[in-house]
Design a protein around this ligand. Structure first.
Ligand code: NAI
Length: 332
């Protein structure tokens, strides 16, 4: 039998946590043969609710779930974890300044970075979901210098999946037949959903470009982009709560592809530490197209970037550079 993998979920008493932990316990994250031990962290005001989630996990009698640690102690939560999904954070409340929210999250991610660095298993893979996701991941990276930077990422897979969904609806094709969209940049409304390299597999088996099939550049360069960028707000408007099941599902997709590999000929979007590819400033956590193999991602190289796209890649990079500066100003 395989050794269980320890998976940390922070903010586990929250909305995304509630959707995510049963997916992990069912094998959605690492496949149906991989036992898991869940580590769930939340803060003291949520301790009782966290314990309720633990009770429900027991009640669900998941065969793959070999143990549950539910705690408000960050050291206990981080000890021995192989995968860390960081969902906990300080939400923006009405009337709060951006700087105040940033400051709260910077101190959370600084502290949790140290705990992971000291107590997680060697080669722990980290996915930051909590917003501002890219910048939280950057702070985590800076304060966990012994964790290789290639092990730290943030979630833009939800945006990627939203883009696939929009194309699938527009063309009336199965979403599984659409691939190779790209989310560039920040997980925010400046992100650039790019379909210039995306394709659809037709019933005949032939692959055709999305641009050719949609044959409506005005829609692709306009409404499509804003719909994906604003989808989070549309969900909040409809549900009075932010995306949770789709975020949890995307987090599983992100980790699964990272660990088990992306299918041949397919790439996905991940927020990763920029090495300067595509002239994106190095030293930002920026969403790129990546392929994964043997547990490591690499940025897809050599894709053409037209003038329209270039402007959008730069705009979202500028926002991330500003966020980085704001985060650093909170540290001093
Ligand atoms: P939520 O408010 O329901 O849950 C957050 C949980 O984190 C709460 O239980 C809270 O007590 C906990 N928490 C706060 N500080 C903590 C700390 N220091 N350590 C551990 N836990 C802590 O929020 P929800 O809806 O689950 O969203 C979680 C985060 O994910 C938010 O920041 C949200 O903006 C972000 N998000 C990101 C997406 C992405 O695609 N990257 C998509 C959707 C949401």
């Amino acid at each position: 039998a395989q050794e269980p993998v320890r998976v940390l979920v922070t903010g586990a008493a929250g909305q995304i946590g509630y959707a995510l932990v049963p997916m992990i316990a069912r094998g959605v994250l690492l496949g149906p043969n991989q036992p898991v031990i869940l580590h769930m962290l939340d803060i003291p005001p949520a301790a009782e609710s966290l314990n309720g989630v633990k009770m429900e996990l027991v009640d669900a009698a998941f065969p793959l779930l070999k143990g549950v640690v539910a705690t408000t102690d960050v050291v206990e939560a981080c000890t021995g974890v192989n995968i860390a999904i960081m969902v906990g954070g300080f939400p923006r409340k009405e009337g709060m300044e951006r700087k105040d929210v940033m400051s709260k999250n910077v101190s959370i991610y600084k502290a949790q970075a140290s705990a992971l660095e000291k107590h997680a298993a060697a080669n722990c893979k980290v996915l930051v979901v909590a917003n501002p996701a890219n910048t939280n991941a950057l702070i985590l990276k800076e304060f966990a210098p012994s964790i290789p930077e290639k092990n730290i990422s943030c979630l833009t897979r939800l945006d990627h999946n939203r883009a696939l969904g929009q194309i699938s609806e527009r063309l009336n094709v199965q979403v599984s037949e659409v691939k190779n969209v790209i989310i560039w940049g920040n997980h925010s409304s400046t992100q650039y959903p790019d379909v210039n390299h995306a394709t659809v597999k037709l019933p005949s088996g032939e692959e055709k470009s999305v641009r050719e099939l949609v044959a409506d550049d005005e829609w692709l360069n306009g409404e499509f982009i804003t719909t994906v960028q604003q989808r989070g707000a549309a969900i909040i408007k409809a549900r009075k709560l932010s995306s949770a099941l789709s975020a949890a599902s995307a987090a599983c997709d992100h980790i699964r592809d990272w660990v088990l590999g992306t299918p041949e000929g397919t790439w996905v979007s991940m927020g990763v530490y920029s090495d300067g590819s595509y002239n994106v400033p190095a030293g930002l956590i920026y969403s790129f197209p990546v392929t994964c193999r043997n547990g490591e991602w690499s940025i897809v190289q050599g894709l053409s970037v037209d003038e329209f796209s270039r402007k959008k890649l730069d705009l979202t990079a500028e926002e991330l550079t500003e966020e980085k500066a704001l985060a650093y100003s909170c540290l001093s």
